[in-house]
Design a protein around this ligand. Structure first.
Ligand code: GLU
Length: 332
């Protein structure tokens, strides 16, 4: 397999969740397995949810798990800066280019006006922003800005079906009528996740994107943006959802879900890594106990499961006991 340049791109909003740790781990395994590179990038463009202390927390928990990155935050590299909030001029240039090429336009509805548009469209199938005809001019947008209206930039979707190829979920096609002109710059001047994510993946040379299944439905947006910029198409693997034993999406309501909490409770990092590796992946053998180095050897994306992973706390306890026993055996 060619060398993979992968990335873990958390939004610093709090502690590292086991779901995030799994994404980081799988990207690490894939990069190491191919003699490639893992990048740590901070997606901190959501200023309302930003928590600066989370940056250190995430980095520290990753290191505790043994997940080291080769490029990015705290390490540096040729494609920096690796914090999106320090790359705003890059996004501005990209957005201005789309505007100049007639591939994007400004709109400025207030929240109330958008609510009214939503109500007029009815409840069926979610809201689709109706493209105005004619499109607002740059002068109208400027006048709206002066008036204090929220001016956003929307991307003009090309109006064709988009097909994504995912290593885990296969081919996914989004029909033209399911797409709408999504926002690429928010009223606060920050790019949206979609815009920044696509620009950065291309500029940082990422050739394989692995992330949670919750992003699968957004991937068509990334494909149309890439197309508009002439960026290459990366490989994708979306990782199955992690559910609790009741089949609900894993959340804090059923106990600890943050790496930090398991760390505080005395779990060995080796046990947690071993357990997390099995959340949506299987080695294809009966063997269950793996060190990080053994996981690098054993890992491949074709054994990532499509079906939801189960966060089985009893299994984690068993792993933990097993690892503690092994550690004391080794010491004898
Ligand atoms: N910043 C996104 C997150 O919070 C990353 C999504 C992606 O990997 O594309 O998980």
């Amino acid at each position: 397999m060619d060398k993979i340049k992968a990335r873990f791109a958390p939004s610093p909003t709090g502690w590292l969740h086991v779901g995030g740790a799994r994404t980081a781990l799988f990207n690490y395994l894939l990069a190491k397995k191919t003699g490639g590179t893992l990048v740590l990038r901070l997606e901190d463009t959501d200023r309302a949810r930003h928590d600066e202390s989370a940056v250190e927390k995430i980095a520290d928990d990753l290191k505790w798990l043994g997940i080291e990155w080769d490029e990015g935050v705290g390490v540096g590299g040729d494609a920096g800066p690796y914090r999106q909030s320090e790359r705003l001029d890059i996004y501005t240039e990209r957005i201005e280019t789309l505007l100049a090429e007639g591939k994007a336009y400004c709109t400025f509805e207030t929240a109330d006006e958008l609510d009214a548009m939503r109500a007029a469209q009815g409840e069926h199938g979610g809201f689709k922003y109706p493209r105005p005809d004619p499109l607002p001019t740059a002068e109208q947008a400027e006048a709206a800005r002066v008036e204090g209206k929220p001016v956003v930039v929307r991307f003009i979707v090309p109006g064709e079906a988009v097909t994504i190829v995912d290593d885990v979920f296969g081919e996914i096609t989004v029909a033209a009528d399911e797409q709408d002109d999504f926002i690429i710059r928010k009223a606060d001047g920050y790019p949206t996740y979609h815009l920044a994510n696509v620009v950065d993946d291309a500029m940082m040379g990422i050739n394989f994107i692995m992330r949670g299944q919750e992003f699968l439905g957004q991937t068509w947006r990334h494909a149309v943006l890439r197309e508009a910029f002439g960026y290459p198409t990366p490989r994708y693997a979306h990782l199955p959802l992690i559910m609790d034993m009741q089949g609900r999406k894993l959340s804090k309501r059923d106990g600890d879900v943050e790496v930090h909490a398991f760390r505080k409770a005395g779990f060995m990092p080796e046990a947690l890594v071993n357990f997390i590796a099995m959340l949506g992946w299987n080695p294809g053998t009966e063997e269950e106990r793996f060190t990080l180095a053994e996981l690098v050897e054993a890992f491949s994306t074709d054994r990532i499961n499509k079906s939801n992973a189960k966060f089985d706390r009893d299994k984690l306890s068993a792993f933990s006991t097993d690892w503690i026993a092994n550690a004391s055996d080794d010491r004898r």
